[in-house]
Ligand binder design. Structure first.
Ligand code: IMP
Length: 431
């Protein structure tokens, strides 16, 4: 019953899909367990690029079972559109299943997300405006509509009535905006439920059985550790649990059923949205990294903020996820830089701190302490094993592994499946 969880060790966009795609080759089942279509996972297969938002990246391999588990915030219209887009490109989506317990993102969640960002003005969070925060709020406020409700007309009627009787007042009185029409929404979501019905199942039970019978399960994290609602840079976070522990909650399994946790980090750092970012580069090097790394949001197209690799943050991610190994992506983006810096500590007043602080005011005051490493100024995207890399690139990898205190299990030098310098077969380690 081996299982592996792959999570983002930074602020999301680490290139997880690249790693998931690699590990998925040896898996039987691939599971999304948190987040929603705020995620954007890009996978390149041959000459084709796929941008996935809700559907697990394993769908690109024929015959693998793909699950959207209970912890995902599911916009069913977005899912049906994504499936349609994949089918049109020849990808078979018949092996996709959706949890009956997943919370549904409704149109009023999208509008609330947008209106609340405007209301906050300069204190805005920089959300993707896809309704994630309001859907999560309803879940914990116990007002949410779950996938199973879409299949039961009376439940849907009662829950929609409860929601609109409250939310339409909020739209009118707080935001000065129009509310939603009950009849239109009810009939639309009843028919969405009918279209979704063939996919709906108890994914936790299905997974449990699969693990018992020895199947290999891959949990595909979305976003990243520093966007986790508990462990991230709150409130500039998403409203779910991208950390490895989120896989237990979000898929309905016990902790002993996760055999290995792998974190993904870029060879540098990026972040979208607001919030402090100690190693951010607001200069020509930052622009160079953004252009070479094509650092623009997959979901929103927003330019990503770019900076040096932050080992204080990475060590924190290794701890809160209990990582067994680290996959480093986009090493090739650093190819042209004569000097590469890594942040090894934070200077705070006359002290140097090594732990990632909880307070954002403290984090904003932290000045990175850098170690400078020699760049290699040669292309690495053709490298297929460690010996193909320039000595300076090998030294960079060794230094990161040492400073992070983690083993590198994979390094990528380009978006294609073949563009990896080395990768361990993680499944073999678990067999
Ligand atoms: P939300 O998830 O749309 O509520 O956005 C909250 C924060 O998480 C914002 O800073 C977003 O930019 C960030 N975020 C959400 N999803 C992703 C992602 O997949 N990659 C990177 N950042 C994300």
């Amino acid at each position: 019953m081996p299982s592996i969880v792959v999570i983002g060790a930074q602020w999301g966009d680490e290139g997880k899909a690249r790693v998931v795609d690699y590990v998925a080759a040896g898996a039987d089942i691939i599971v999304r367990y948190q987040g929603g279509n705020n995620a954007g996972h890009t996978v390149v297969v041959g000459e084709e690029e796929f941008k996935l938002h809700l559907v697990p990246a394993g769908i690109l391999y024929a015959g693998k079972l793909c699950l959207i588990a209970n912890g995902v915030y599911l916009d069913p219209k977005a899912l049906l559109a994504e499936m349609h887009g994949l089918e049109k490109r020849g990808v078979d989506t018949r092996n996709l299943r959706v949890s009956d317990r997943a919370q549904v993102v409704m149109p009023y969640h999208l509008r609330l997300d947008e209106l609340e960002e405007v209301r906050r003005g300069l204190s805005r969070l920089g959300t993707t405006k896809l309704g994630i925060g309001p859907t999560a709020a309803d879940k914990y406020y116990r007002m949410g509509i779950r996938v199973s409700d879409l299949l039961e007309p009376d439940e849907l009627a009662a829950k929609l009535e409860l929601n609109l009787s409250f939310k339409n007042k909020v739209f009118n009185l707080v935001y000065g905006s129009e509310g939603f029409d009950y009849d239109a929404l009810y009939s639309e979501y009843l028919s969405v439920g009918e279209r979704l019905a063939p996919l709906v199942t108890d994914t936790s039970a299905l997974l449990h059985q699969a693990l018992q019978s020895g199947k290999r399960v891959l949990f595909e994290g979305a976003q990243g550790t520093l966007l986790d609602v508990d462990h991230g840079t709150y409130p500039y976070v998403t409203s779910s649990h991208p950390v490895s522990g989120g896989a237990c909650l979000g898929a309905g399994l016990g902790p002993k059923e996760i055999s290995m946790a792998v974190g993904v980090s870029k060879a540098y750092t990026t972040r979208v949205g607001e919030g402090p970012f100690p190693t951010e580069l607001q200069d020509e090097i930052g622009n160079q990294i953004r252009e070479k790394g094509r650092e623009y949001g997959t979901t929103t197209g927003r330019p990503r903020r770019c900076g040096w690799l932050d080992l204080v943050a990475l060590r924190y991610a290794i701890r809160v996820n209990g990582l067994d190994g680290l996959a480093l992506t986009k090493l090739d983006v650093l190819d042209d830089l004569p000097v590469i810096k890594v942040c090894v500590g934070y200077r705070l007043g006359d002290q140097v701190i090594m732990d990632f602080p909880a307070s954002l005011a403290t984090l904003a005051d932290c000045v990175p302490v850098y170690e400078e490493l020699e760049g290699w100024c040669r292309p690495t995207s053709g490298a297929r094993n460690e010996n193909d890399l320039p000595p300076q690139a090998r030294a960079y990898l060794d230094r990161i592994a040492k400073l992070a205190g983690a083993e590198l299990v994979m390094v990528s030098v380009g978006p294609r499946r073949t563009e990896t310098v080395f990768c361990r077969d993680l499944w073999v380690d678990l067999d």
